[in-house]
Structure formats: C-alpha cells, structure tokens
Write a protein that binds this ligand. Structure first.
Ligand code: BYC
Length: 479
C-alpha cells in the first residue's frame, strides 16, 4: 500500500512527485483553493487551533491522526484506496474487461460530467455551513463542524485531482470552475438544488448531514463501483470519511431529541403537540423536528434525479456508475432483460410499474437510500419510546414536496395522499418549517464555547472525540 507522503506541499499517496506536470498543475490550483477556503470556508476561527483528524494512510482501520491544527494549515491532499491487482469492470457492456486506468475516449464527456457534479457538491456544502461556527452549541460540536468542513474540502481535492490528472485542459478548466460557483448565488449557483439551500441553524445542519451526506454515501458507493479505476479508488477512500459526517447528523438529532424529552419530563409535559410549552423551556418541540425532517428528506430525494433516466442507463451500460453494492448483487450485472418496480404516476394515481431495470437505476438507488434513512429514524424514535412519550418521527411519502421527477407535478401529503394545490398550501405550515419555526430555532442559536458545556436545547454526547474526556477543549478559543 502506498503510504501517504507528507513531505510534499500536497500530501498524497499517488506518487505526485513522479509526475512533474501534474504536480505543477495542482500547485497552481492550490492558491485558488486556499483563497476559496479563506473567503468561503468557515467564517472566523481560521486562527484557532482545532482538534482535527488527518489521514495518515488509507487503511480504513487506522487512517486517522488527531492533533491540534489551524484550519488553513490542514494537510489537504490526495488519497486513493490501494489498487486491486487484476480488478475488472464489474458491470455493464464491458463487464469482466480489465478496469480502465485511463479515461476511455468514448466516455470522456460522461465521466467528466459526473466528476464535476460530485466535485461541485463538496465546496457547496462548506459554503452552506460557513456561518454555523458563530452559533455552535459547544466546542465539541464546533470541532465536528470543522472536521466535516475540512473533509468536504478534501473531497473537492479528490475530484480536482481526477480532473487535472485525466482530463487535460478542459479538466483544468472544470477544476477552476469548482472554485468559482457559489452556493445560492443567482448568477453562478451550485449544480444541484439541495446545495443551494441555506443551512442557517444547527437543526438544519444535523438534518443535512444525516440526509444529504447520506446521498453522498449512496452516490459515492455507486461511483466506487466504476470501471474507471482512479474514480473507484478515490471514492472508496472518501466513503470512510463520509461515515463520520452521517454520525454527526444522526447523533446531533438524537441529542436534540434527548434534551427535548428530558425537558418535557422534568416539566411534566406529556403532550408532545404542545409546542409552546416546550418552547417556553428553551427546547426544540418534536413537531418542529418533524417539519425540518420533512424538508431535508424531500429535498435530498431530488438529488437522485428522475425516476427513469437514460443518463443513468447510459452510465451503467458504459461501466462508469454502478448500483449500490454492485458486486454483492446476485444477477447478471448487465440488466438487459430485467425489470425493476418503480412507483409511478398513472392517471392521477400511484401505481407500481415494472420498468426496464436499466432505466430505473435512479429509482433503485433512491429506494436503497430511503431504506437506510428509515433505519436511522427507527433509532431516533427509541429516544421517545424510552421516555414514554407518544411521538414517533416518520419519513414523509417519497412524492411529498418534490421538485425533480414525475412527482414534481403533483401535491402530495406526507402520508401519500394526492391533493389539490390549494388543499396542500392550506396545511403547508403543519408539514414544512414555517417562518416562525425558523425564527424560534434561530433564537436558540447562541454560542456556547465554555469547555464541557452545552447549549440548553441539546444533550451532551455520550463519548468524546477520540475518547477525550468531557471537559476537553476541542477548539482553543481563548487567545
Ligand atoms: N438538481 O436523467 P436525470 C455529496 C438534471 S451528495 C438539478 O434524472 P441523472 C455530498 C440532470 O443533471 C452526492 N438538476 O439525471 C453530500 C439532467 O440534466 P441534463 C453528489 C438535476 O443524470 C453532502 C436532467 O435533470 N454526487 O456527495 O440520471 C455534502 C435529467 O435528469 C437534478 C452525485 O450526485 C437536481 N437535483 O441523475 C457534500 C453523483 N436532478 O444532463 C457532498 C453524480 C437531475 O439533461 N451525479 N437533474 O442537462 C449523478 O449521478 C447524476 O447526475 C444525478 C442526476 C443523480 C445528479
């Protein structure tokens, strides 16, 4: 396994010093990246020391090294999972041919587009989260936010590397463009919808890392199957980082729920729908958590594209983007004759239709994602069950609040009833965060930077980062 070299300006395990042209190209991109980080990365805290983990190798078991570092000095770099000798393309028309080490000419445009989309999401999320440090509920959470941010920035490096190393001049231009687009900008927005939504508060942040980073897990896993070996190896290593981001989201919401039920129990509030009573105690009421969940889940479902897609079929046929856990699936991996059941709209009603499996790949990946989300929601609901509070969070119906695909044309309740637009609008405030929900959540967002202390709306974590004690100073705030 190639060890990570930290002696060079750009840490890497791809023998960058052996390719002077590529090294120079990346060294030219580097200052633009640092400018972007300083201008669009976390606001403030750039001079504070933060307890961060850095990759020291690509072995999933022991890759991390924890230490205090100023974020601009973080050792971003290029880390690929080790090359598997004799790897073959696992699916599609080229199944069982040797995996490509160079970009196959006929699929160049398709590959470049997928890598650019993936690359675009990474800086976008950092931009979305850039103001959150000012309102962190604890030093522990502040540190987790920054860990997520530096790793998303490293994922940007991963895609910029592929563009520079394998796509010549247009790859370089694409890598420059990744630094120029801006989340939410009217003229130069990020490519995908969810990455232009603001992340104004920590409830949104935890929902984003639970749902949207999970989209990342499923998309990266499908790209990790790719017959283009450098993409596969890059994504395999990125997946090990993504797991932590989903942990931040899942545990963040668990801690919010825990605090809410604790406060309700202490005050003897048994009716979870009594939002005002819970709010008067400074906790986040459960219906508000549900509305935020509805928003983030539905916006993230859009990231999987249309239910039936020839783009997805072409990428699979070409051996460029596979299915989730492709190699573990027991079928012919070509899908020429098979079908897949897709929830569809037929004459104004839902109907499950057997579509050609190749065209249904987006729907299939979305199904895998929905299943994974449902498991997480079950774990969240244990908090209320244990406290004996009669409230369960639920994923809304997959057609609820959609902007992409066939369901974007209809109005659907979280329970899955198709209603007319006026009826939907009338009850919007029960289903999606309202201005007053957002105002209330915003009012709670006061920083809590005292070592070992937590804001009143969130419980302390069960264990510290890298098993550090409860009073550990994760971010050195005091000058
Ligand atoms: N917004 O045939 P369709 C992550 C476009 S998250 C705007 O269904 P396809 C992360 C589509 O481009 C993972 N446009 O498209 C998480 C197409 O346009 P063209 C990111 C959209 O290609 C947290 C047209 O509509 N990675 O890593 O099958 C923090 C027709 O649609 C949207 C990837 O997504 C949308 N939501 O599916 C940090 C992987 N949806 O070509 C990071 C790469 C569709 O007709 N991307 N369109 O002009 C893909 O695999 C696919 O491009 C998509 C879309 C799944 C996104």
């Amino acid at each position: 396994m190639a060890a990570v070299s930290y002696d060079e300006q750009i840490p890497n395990n791809v023998n960058l010093s052996g390719d002077r042209r590529l090294q120079r190209a990346l060294e030219r991109w580097h200052p633009g990246f640092i400018d972007w980080w300083l201008g669009m990365g976390p606001e403030g805290f750039q001079d504070n020391e933060v307890y961060l983990r850095t990759a020291v190798g690509v072995d999933p078991k022991g890759w991390a090294h924890f230490d205090f570092v100023r974020m601009p000095d973080y050792r971003w770099g290029i880390f690929l999972a080790p090359r598997e000798e004799g790897r073959v393309i696992p699916f599609g028309r080229h199944k069982d041919e040797p995996a490509w080490q160079e970009v196959p000419g006929e699929y160049r445009a398709m590959l470049r587009r997928l890598i650019a989309i993936q690359g675009d999401t990474e800086p976008a999320s950092v931009e979305q989260q850039r103001h959150l440090g000012k309102t962190a509920p604890s030093l522990y959470d502040l540190r987790n936010l920054f860990q997520v941010n530096v790793e998303e920035a490293r994922h940007l490096w991963a895609m910029a590397y592929l563009l520079h190393a394998y796509f010549g001049r247009d790859g370089r231009e694409e890598a420059e463009a990744l630094l120029r687009r801006r989340s939410g900008d009217a003229d130069r927005p990020r490519m995908l919808g969810a990455f232009n939504e603001p992340t104004p508060d920590w409830l949104s942040f935890f929902m984003f890392t639970f749902f949207t980073d999970r989209d990342g897990k499923f998309q990266l896993e499908s790209l990790a199957q790719s017959g283009f070996d450098p993409l596969s190896r890059t994504c395999r290593f990125m997946l090990t980082e993504e797991a932590h981001h989903m942990f931040v989201g899942e545990s963040g919401i668990t801690r919010i729920l825990q605090r809410t039920v604790d406060v309700m129990q202490e005050a003897g509030i048994s009716d979870p729908w009594n939002e005002d009573a819970v709010r008067r105690l400074g906790a986040i009421d459960l219906p508000t958590v549900q509305r935020y969940l509805n928003f983030h889940y539905s916006v993230t479902l859009d990231l999987f594209g249309a239910e039936t897609s020839t783009n997805a079929a072409n990428a699979f046929n070409a051996g460029i983007k596979g299915r989730y856990h492709e190699v573990k699936i027991d079928d012919d991996h070509q899908l020429l004759d098979s079908t897949y059941p897709v929830l569809s709209l037929r004459e104004g009603r839902f109907e499950t239709v057997e579509e050609p499996a190749l065209n249904a790949l987006n729907a299939r990946l979305r199904d895998d994602f929905m299943h994974d989300c449902a498991q997480g929601v079950k774990r969240w609901n244990k908090v209320m069950e244990k406290a004996g509070i009669d409230f369960a969070l639920a994923l809304p119906h997959q057609a609820f609040n959609r902007q992409i695909g066939q369901f974007s044309a209809i109005s659907v309740t979280p329970e899955g009833d198709i209603v007319d637009e006026a009826a939907w609008e009338e009850r919007r405030s029960e289903r999606l965060p309202t201005a007053s929900d957002r105002e209330y959540v915003a009012s709670l967002m006061q920083p809590c930077y005292e070592t070992g202390r937590y804001a009143g709306w969130i419980a302390a974590p069960k264990v510290g980062v890298n098993r550090q004690p409860g009073d550990f100073e994760y971010v050195r705030i005091a000058e």
